[in-house]
Design a protein around this ligand. Structure first.
Ligand code: FAD
Length: 402
């Protein structure tokens, strides 16, 4: 056998999974189609990622948080509102006796840090650019054919972890179907500079065209994720900075004062992709290859890290070469069903309830926000769910190693 674990896809999820498996003493090969070593990390992606409290705990367990903390801004409060209606909910870390409910970090800092950590692991062989072309398996191993820097190659692994994104070709090779649902929405992602120091408050504002989130970043900046219909997104993408800011004030108001500067705008088309199963024989799907969600609740990466936490526990101390592996992966599928279903239902529920102007629903959402604000117990429950403690726990979520 060439390797214990082969991970396909060196995005956030594949990199995090490779580090977790390496810490378990497994020999890991990570195949990434894109040439990660040549890429300028600042150019990779403009988005920022809200890291839930459970994700921070997992990073701590893997010894990664210290390196990431200096690039991250704490979320101390979350302010949820609906444009054109009364009714606001404020969730506070201090109500839960915590310093922060989560943190926000720019994608390029996160991926660069994970890449450096993976490169330092003696148990990880990072192969980039390496594009997987075919996958076959029998009862004892999986065989992958791939193109490595223009040359055909192959390897055998005891366990295959597919982290090759929403359009996963490994998923197809494994014969796992996926269901997609168009939201008829697109997101504009950019950063805005504010005049006063950030308070640590994250804002989630629901508008008839879609949700708008402003998340605190270091250096008096906020990360904007603004969801709209595709048509309105086109118009906003083409508008000047001054017009864009005016439109933003109209939807968000002046809660953060005047914006000083606005960064490059990047567009993401949004759809839900869900694999019909998470496993096939000796292979397992994680990250966007398993579930690619609407960014409204900032859940995709956080959910994937909780998946990695559970997979880590189920594989701990196990012989990956044994014919019991398939049964362990079946168990993984069962254990992750509730959390994954909840994340999808919660995200879809927010999109459906809040992205429209139907009068009954708009009263309902205003009422729901006001009522939620008055119910400390429900608020705490919502906060813990959002922080990644809704369904199940793993040893990595105890966050003990740093
Ligand atoms: C606007 C926006 C905001 C978001 N905000 C948040 C947030 O605040 N919090 C949160 O938790 N999540 C958030 N998400 C979701 C999060 O970004 C994703 O869940 C996460 O990036 C998924 O990572 P991944 O590694 O699974 O997939 P990807 O990033 O798609 O990586 C897949 C990798 O596989 C490689 N690959 C593909 N095919 C092959 C092949 N055949 N061979 C080898 N390699 C291959 C690709 O090159 C790629 O590098 C957001 C998403 C969006 C769009």
């Amino acid at each position: 056998m060439d390797v214990d674990v082969c991970i396909v896809g060196g995005g956030l999820v594949g990199l995090a999974a490779s580090i977790a498996f390496a810490r378990q003493g497994r020999q890991v090969k990570l195949l990434e189609a894109f040439d990660l070593k040549q890429a300028d990390p600042a150019e990779l992606d403009a988005r920022s990622i809200a890291l839930s409290y459970s994700t921070i705990q997992i990073f701590q367990s893997l010894g990664l948080w210290q390196g990431l903390r200096k690039y991250a801004a704490a979320i101390t409060d979350i302010h949820v509102s609906s444009a054109g209606h009364f009714g606001v909910t404020r969730l506070k870390a201090s109500d839960l006796q915590l310093d922060a409910m989560g943190y926000v970090i720019e994608y390029h800092h996160l991926i660069q840090n994970l890449l450096e950590a993976a490169e330092k692991e003696p148990n990880i062989e990072l192969m980039t650019p390496a594009k997987v072309i075919s996958v076959q398996q029998n009862n004892t191993f999986v065989t992958l054919q791939y193109d490595f820097a223009g040359n055909p190659d192959s390897l055998n692994a005891a366990l295959l972890v597919a982290a090759d994104g929403a359009g996963s070709s490994v998923r197809e090779h494994l014969g796992i179907t996926a269901e997609t649902m168009e939201y008829n929405q697109a997101a504009i992602v950019t950063n805005v500079k504010i005049k006063q120091p950030s308070t640590g408050c994250a804002f989630e504002r629901f508008t008839a065209d879609g949700p708008l989130a402003l998340l605190p970043l270091p250096n008096q900046r906020y990360a904007l994720v603004w969801t709209n219909t595709p048509l309105r997104t086109d118009a906003l993408m083409q508008s000047s900075d001054a017009v864009f800011m005016q439109q933003l004030y109209r939807k968000f108001g002046y809660r953060l004062g005047l914006f000083e500067q606005i960064g490059t705008r990047v567009r993401f088309d949004l759809k839900l992709t869900r694999a019909s199963r998470l496993t096939a024989g000796r292979a397992v799907l994680i990250g966007n290859a398993a579930n690619s969600l609407h960014p409204v609740a900032g859940q995709g990466f956080n959910l994937a890290l909780r998946d990695i936490g559970v997979l880590f526990d189920l594989m701990s101390g196990r012989d990956l070469y044994s014919d019991q592996l398939q049964a362990q992966l079946e168990l993984y599928q069962q254990k992750r069903a509730d959390d994954q279903n909840q994340a999808v239902t919660y995200g879809n529920g927010l999109v459906e309830l809040f992205s429209n102007n139907i009068p009954v629903l708009s009263h309902l959402r205003a009422g729901a926000l006001a009522a939620l604000d008055l119910c400390p117990l429900i608020k705490q429950e919502v906060s813990w769910q959002g922080m990644g403690y809704g369904s199940g726990c793993s040893s990595l979520m105890r966050g003990t190693s740093e």
